[in-house]
Design a protein. Structure first.
Length: 411
C-alpha cells in the first residue's frame, strides 16, 4: 500500500518527488576498475555466443497473437499510470507462427547477411542508496535480463548478439544536476567501453557491426560512436546504430556520432532514434531535462530539434498508419510472457521531435507520467525493428536491392 501511495504521489508531483525518491543523497564513491580481462568471463555477459538459446535472453522469439486476440485495447480512462521505471516485457520461449501482417514499406525479404550486435541494456537499478549498481545486486540484474529478453530480441537475426553486464548508473543519476550523477554515468560508460573493446576483438574482422541501446544504454551507444567509431577504421564496419529512447539533438549531438540520420528505409550506416509518447502527450519533464543537458559538442541543447526516425516507415520525420505495424510486443500483467499483435498502432513524428502513437494503448502498468511510453519504445515496434535491421544490413553489405551506404572514416 505504501508503494502504491508513493507511486500515486509521484504521478501528481512527479518532478520534485521523483528526484527526492530516486536521487541518492550520498557522496559518489569511485568504483574500482574492472580487471583488464573481466569480459573474458562469459558470466559478464547476459548474451554472447556460446550461451545457448535456452540461456540467452536475446535469442527469445515471441509468438504472434491468435487473430481473435489481435486487437490492442486502448488504455482505460480510469486507469492511473504509475511512475515506476520498471522492466519491459519478459517474453516466453515459444516459436512464432508465420505472420499474416502486410509487410511495412521496404521490409526485408529472405535471410539477412551475417552481422554482430552490441546491445546495451537500459537502467534496471533504481536504488537511491548508491550511485552505481553492483554486479551482485540480484534485483537489478534480474530486471536487466527481462529487458534484454524484451528488447535485444528484436535484433535476434544477428549471427552474434553481445549484451554486457555493467555497473550501471542508478535511475536518479539522469534526473539530477548533482555532479555525482555525471560521475556515476561516466563510471558506467567505462565498463561499457571495456566490454565494447572485447566485443570488437572477439568477432570476425570482416563482420558488420550494429550498435543498439535503449535509454541509459542508448546514451552509452552515442558515447561509443563519438569515442570509438568516429574517424576510426571501425567506422567503415558499423552498419547501423539504434540509440533508442535517448533524445538526440540534430544540431548538438548528431554531428559527433560519425553517422548521418536515417532518412530513407533502405539507407545503412545511419543513426535510428525516437522517443515514444501517446496523445495527448505531456513531455514537459522530458523536454526540460533535454534542454538542460549540454550536447555532445558541449553546447546547450535548448530547444534544438530532436532526431525522430519513424520505426514504421524507416524515414526521418515519417508518418504511418497502424497497418504498417508488423507486430507490437504486448506483455502480460506480470511481464512474464508476451506476444506480437500486428497492426496495433500507427506512429508519426511530431514537430517537437517526439514519436506520437495516438491514443494510449493498454500495455500494462509501466506507462510513465505524461503518456510517456519510454518503457515500451522497442516493444511497440518490435517486428518492424527486426525487419528494419535485416534490410539495412543487407543493403550495407551490397546484397540487397539498394547498394550499401558505407560511411568513410573522417580525417
Amino acid at each position: 500500500m505504501l508503494v502504491a501511495a508513493g507511486l500515486f504521489a509521484l504521478r501528481i508531483w512527479s518532478d520534485e518527488l521523483t528526484e527526492i525518491a530516486l536521487v541518492p543523497d550520498t557522496e559518489f564513491v569511485e568504483q574500482d576498475p574492472l580487471a583488464q580481462n573481466a569480459y573474458q568471463d562469459p558470466d559478464m555477459w547476459f548474451s554472447r555466443p556460446g550461451k545457448g538459446v535456452a540461456n540467452d535472453p536475446a535469442r527469445w522469439q515471441p509468438a504472434f497473437a491468435a487473430p481473435e486476440e489481435g486487437a490492442l485495447p486502448a488504455a482505460s480512462a480510469s486507469a492511473t499510470p504509475t511512475a515506476s521505471p520498471s522492466a519491459t516485457a519478459s517474453p516466453a520461449t515459444t516459436a512464432p507462427p508465420a505472420s499474416s501482417a502486410t509487410p511495412a514499406p521496404g521490409a526485408a525479404v529472405g535471410e539477412p547477411p551475417r552481422f554482430a550486435v552490441f546491445f546495451v541494456h537500459p537502467t534496471s537499478f533504481y536504488d537511491s542508496r548508491a550511485w552505481n549498481a553492483s554486479l551482485d545486486d540480484s534485483e537489478s540484474q534480474n530486471r536487466a535480463r527481462l529487458m534484454v529478453r524484451g528488447m535485444a530480441s528484436a535484433f535476434n537475426q544477428a549471427a552474434e548478439i553481445w549484451v554486457p553486464r555493467y555497473r550501471q548508473a542508478t535511475f536518479g543519476a539522469f534526473i539530477t544536476v548533482d555532479p555525482a550523477g555525471t560521475q556515476a554515468i561516466d563510471a558506467a560508460y567505462r565498463d561499457i567501453s571495456q566490454a565494447f573493446d572485447f566485443f570488437v576483438d572477439s568477432i570476425p574482422a570482416d563482420m558488420p557491426i550494429v550498435l543498439v541501446g535503449h535509454s541509459q544504454g542508448a546514451y552509452h551507444v552515442t558515447r561509443l560512436l563519438q569515442d570509438k567509431v568516429a574517424g576510426s577504421p571501425l567506422q567503415a564496419r558499423v552498419a547501423m546504430a539504434y540509440p533508442i529512447g535517448w533524445p538526440i539533438s540534430i544540431e548538438h549531438d548528431l554531428p559527433s556520432l560519425a553517422l548521418p540520420a536515417c532518412a530513407t528505409p533502405d539507407q545503412s550506416g545511419c543513426v535510428f532514434s525516437y522517443a515514444s509518447f501517446a496523445e495527448p502527450a505531456e513531455p514537459g519533464q522530458f523536454l526540460r531535462r533535454y534542454a538542460e543537458l549540454p550536447g555532445m559538442d558541449g553546447q546547450p541543447r535548448g530547444e534544438s530539434p530532436i532526431l525522430c526516425v519513424n520505426p514504421l516507415t524507416g524515414t526521418l520525420n515519417g508518418d504511418a498508419p497502424a497497418a504498417a505495424n508488423l507486430g507490437t510486443l504486448v506483455p502480460d500483467d506480470e511481464l512474464t510472457t508476451g506476444e506480437l499483435v500486428p497492426a496495433a498502432l500507427g506512429a508519426r513524428c511530431g514537430t517537437n521531435g517526439l514519436l506520437l502513437i495516438g491514443s494510449p494503448p493498454d500495455l500494462g502498468r509501466y506507462v510513465l507520467p505524461g503518456n510517456n511510453y519510454h518503457v515500451y519504445d522497442i516493444p511497440l515496434f518490435w517486428a518492424n525493428l527486426q525487419a528494419d535491421v535485416a534490410r539495412r544490413v543487407r543493403n550495407f553489405t551490397g546484397v540487397g536491392p539498394v547498394a550499401g551506404n558505407r560511411p568513410s572514416p573522417r580525417s
